[in-house]
Design a protein around this ligand. Sequence first.
Ligand SMILES: Cc1cc2nc3c(=O)[nH]c(=O)nc-3n(C[C@H](O)[C@H](O)[C@H](O)COP(=O)(O)O)c2cc1C
Length: 161
Amino acid sequence: MRDRMLIVYAGKYGCTEKAASLLQSRLEDTEVVNLKVTAVPALDDYDAVILGSAIYYGRIRKEMARFIAQYEQELLSKRLGLFICAGMTGERAEQELQQAYPEALYKNAVAKEIMGDEIDPDQLSVFDKWVLRMVKGKGHGAGGGISLDKLERFACTMLAH
Ligand SMILES: Cc1cc2nc3c(=O)[nH]c(=O)nc-3n(C[C@H](O)[C@H](O)[C@H](O)COP(=O)(O)O)c2cc1C
């Protein structure tokens, strides 16, 4: 029997939600939980857990930070995948990924990925639009999109371990 997986995510404008749902479609028997709206089911029921968060001001969302603070020990006993959705790319994004989650979880994770970013500028508050422009530079408001290659690789790694 295939392992049961849980994807737990936290985002603000929909990119992380989309990445979580695309991942779910590539993994069998996988549930998805949005930390903003749903209570987390008992982790005992899952063999593998994937954590995904958007990065704002260099950090994961506070709902994710709270979740991790509560369940870090349990998470260490799972097959773990970590991803972020972030406007940064290259080395800066790698650094963000490394610093996003506690070191013990990062070291324990079998799959780690920066999935990219995708945001509808029309949805953003004036302030968030301004900050995003600082983060990404003018003209990159909508983001480069979720990388399906990275997403597929992440899903394969989760299934292979
Ligand atoms: C106000 C604001 C702050 C952001 N700060 C960062 C940041 O510090 N680093 C980064 O890589 N991306 C940053 N981003 C980009 C988001 O991480 C990216 O757009 C992501 O896809 C948003 O995911 P969500 O739609 O799930 O909220 C920021 C975006 C906004 C709107």
